[in-house]
Design a binder for this molecule. Structure first.
Ligand SMILES: [Zn+2]
Ligand SMILES: [Zn+2]
Length: 286
């Protein structure tokens, strides 16, 4: 089977949401089964039979105080329980959707993260390192790249990625080599650190995400790049497959490229989740 285990019901940022609102309003809102069904329809057209919605935790009022950043607080307008209810209702209506969330790794917030996840019907939880303190790894308005050099960004990022894996809070590490998004490659001097990170991630038991989203970003390649994907496979890390779509159009985008990379890396199965319990399913079209 093929899955898409990372997508969002709306684009990021108020202006982008305002511009796109007519699309979900035509279905009765972004939490309507009709709008969720648009994502399912695009998935099916691309041979994908199960999808997971993984809204950003920063969209939820319940997480508004987790980061001292004006953009973060401005984005925190949604109610996580209404979001979960909408996905459960869509599933009860027969749509093959899982309830997920994209959490941020924010050192010092482990207890809040655990409480947020507790008692909610999540099938899978993504862990993402988007922030290095006050600096954004991929946020163009708060770029780490203006404050730190490439060695410092990548070095801090690898430390936080390993800490996120070891925290046990997450099922999947999303876009594992995200700092390359704007084209800043990892300096060769960090090769040994990357080896250690690969080993630590595999030892933690967390799955890693093969994401086609990087193909739509300035860097123009998969997360992780195929060489790193092969190293994660050799170390024993299970994988998921994802688009990180922010509208139905991008669901399962560029899957021929992503599936070829997974196969090239030696993956014969994808990790499937239900109620945060992983199983392995054969990777194949249809
Ligand atoms: Zn992300
Ligand atoms: Zn995402």
């Amino acid at each position: 089977m093929l899955t898409d285990y990372h997508m969002h019901l709306q684009p990021d940022g108020r202006d982008a949401r305002r511009a796109a609102a007519h699309r979900w309003e035509a279905h009765g809102g972004h939490l309507s089964t009709g709008w969720i069904g648009e994502y399912v329809a695009r998935a099916r057209s691309r041979a994908v039979t199960e999808i997971a919605f993984t809204e950003h935790v920063h969209r939820f009022a319940q997480a508004r105080d987790w980061l001292d950043n004006p953009w973060w607080r401005e984005e925190a307008t949604e109610d996580v329980d209404a979001y979960c209810d909408a996905l459960v209702a869509a599933r009860e209506a027969g749509l093959p959707v899982l309830v997920g969330v994209e959490m941020d790794w924010l050192p010092g917030r482990e207890d809040e993260v655990a409480r947020f996840l507790e008692g909610r019907p999540f099938d899978l939880v993504l862990g993402s390192v988007h922030w290095l303190g006050a600096h954004g790894v991929d946020h163009p308005d708060f770029p780490a790249w203006d404050a730190m050099d490439a060695q410092a960004v990548w070095s801090a990022y690898l430390d936080e990625l390993v800490a996120a894996a070891r925290s046990g809070l997450f099922d999947v590490l999303a876009h594992p080599d995200l700092p390359k998004v704007f084209g800043h490659r990892m300096p060769a001097a960090l090769a040994e650190r990357l080896d250690e990170a690969v080993a630590a991630i595999a030892a933690s038991g967390v799955a890693i995400e093969c994401s086609s989203a990087g193909l739509r970003k300035p860097v123009g390649e998969l997360y992780p790049e195929p060489g790193l994907l092969a190293r994660l496979r050799a170390a024993g890390a299970p994988a998921t497959l994802a688009s990180d779509a922010h509208s139905p159009d991008d669901v399962a985008a560029d899957y021929p490229t992503a599936v070829a990379a997974l196969r090239g890396a030696g993956y014969e199965t994808l990790t499937r989740f239900r109620g945060r319990t992983p199983t392995q399913e054969t990777l194949r079209w249809g």
